[in-house]
Design a protein around this ligand. Structure first.
Ligand SMILES: Cc1cc2nc3c(=O)[nH]c(=O)nc-3n(C[C@H](O)[C@H](O)[C@H](O)COP(=O)(O)O)c2cc1C
Length: 176
């Protein structure tokens, strides 16, 4: 299968990117791609979508069997860099590359809330795009700064096992 991995953060030592590294390892039997979203312009109808980073993103979404979003929570919602990418991909409305596309969510936070509010907003946003939401036990990781070492390696076995279980469930969801 082909999975598109979308991050809500692109800073150096991002926990979201660290988790997506682990997810790529866990999906070694599959193909994964992780587009850079922080070089996209802000959405505007005036910008041509052809021959740009946006058309590359849309082609990657079309090609993917499923999308895995891993993001921090920003001010009780999702980061603008991620929302902007979704907005680009969401056109034409209700008939975009996101329509019927299986999507699953992983949120993380240093706080004990684990990005729960971002998780809820992701559901709203992808529902608006008519995507196929992976209904599952929500995958939120609290205290994320305790799960990685200074080399940004995931040191928490329970988190690795939870990620594996979540990915297995997503693959089953896509196959059904
Ligand atoms: C602008 C901004 C807003 C944030 N708002 C929240 C928030 O509402 N809830 C929360 O739990 N953490 C919040 N945080 C903390 C981040 O979600 C947290 O540090 C996260 O682990 C960073 O993810 P990253 O390493 O992938 O960049 C915020 C951080 C920033 C920079």
């Amino acid at each position: 299968m082909k999975f598109l991995l979308l991050s809500g953060s692109f800073r150096k030592n991002s926990y979201s990117l660290g988790l997506l590294d682990v997810i790529s390892e866990l999906l070694i039997a599959h193909q994964t791609a992780r587009p850079q979203l922080d070089n996209l312009p802000f959405y505007s109808d005036d910008i041509e979508i052809n021959d740009t980073a946006m058309s590359a993103l849309i082609a990657q979404i079309e090609d993917a069997d499923g999308i895995i979003v891993c993001t921090p929570e920003y001010n009780h919602s999702i980061p603008a860099v991620l929302k902007n990418a979704i907005d680009w991909a969401s056109r034409p409305a209700f008939n975009s590359c996101l329509k019927d596309k299986p999507v699953t969510f992983i949120t993380q936070a240093v706080s004990p809330v684990g990005g729960a509010r971002a998780q809820a907003h992701l559901k709203l946003v992808f529902d608006a795009c008519l995507s196929k939401l992976h209904n599952s036990h929500e995958m939120m990781i609290a205290g994320i700064n305790q799960k990685f070492n200074v080399e940004m390696q995931l040191t928490d076995d329970q988190t690795r096992q939870r990620l594996q279980r979540h990915l297995d469930g997503f693959i089953q969801f896509i196959e059904c």
